[in-house]
Design a protein around this ligand. Sequence first.
Ligand SMILES: [Mg+2]
Length: 340
Amino acid sequence: MPHTFANSVTFAATITTDCGIEGTGYTYTGGIGGVAIAKMIEIDLVPRLVGKEIDDLTKFNLYMNNAIHYVARGGIASFAISALDIALWDAKLKAENKAVADVFGTRQDEVMTYHGGIDLMLSNKELLDSIEAKLQQGHNAVKIKVGRENMDEDIERVRLVRELIGKGAWFAVDANMVMSVAEAIKFTNAIEKYDIAWFEEPSNPDKYADYAEIARNTSIPIAMGENLHTQYEHEMAFDIGNVKEIIPDCSNVCGITGFFGVAQMADVRGLKVNSHGMQELHVNTVGAVTNAGMVEFHSFPIYEYVKEALVVKNGKLSPSQAAGIGVTFDWELINKAKLN
Ligand SMILES: [Mg+2]
């Protein structure tokens, strides 16, 4: 499914505690569902939270999920809950003067990152040029989109990128759900020789048994997460889909609470946890756990609206030391963007 920048909608929710501490959370969409998310926050969720003691955030998350479960489990509800959960974490951590990466006492000094390109429609030359530019900026790991109408073109692009980045460099592919099971198996068999770290969302992410079938027919680990919006869906991805690389996103998995829930599920299965998009926040959540995987450095331009830009050095990022979620928006820039 194509991503469009122009229609991307980002929400921020700010809560204020009675001690005057402000917590900010956010989520984003590809341009659809934004009004419904905002209304659910405003009408169904916020009135239930006002006046409550911010204590156990897992309990809060369950409370919000239970409140809307009958009409809206997953989807829009998970985006709405995500923004509020992140805001609650921000306020709680600021009150405790603690950074996200320190919540379990297992801060990682550095986490590995890869550049996730939106590059399916680029020509081969443009694709290689775009990767070359990312390598110049400090990246050494990349993921490209696959799923062109002619599979031979995908296979050739994989070959060209491997040649460019060199043997041993981390390299993954992402089909954004467009292949059939048979196509996905055929494709994996053709690219196994290029040492692929994972094959992301080969096919319809609702069909976990299909993922298991693809996984049975390749040595390349199968990955998913961005289209799974509850912890229960992630559990099915592990246990039915045989997914070995999980990629949750705080913006749609019911926030930081949901992300840490998935990280824990991965850990008990001996797996790492990665992240999708929102790298400014995910560097801190991935940096909090001992089973830290790869942080996707995405092209969605949220980073243009935050105060501390992330610096990539040799394919690594450093989690924030700041109290709270470690993401501070530049409201002046956001308000200007709103007018455009
Ligand atoms: Mg993806």
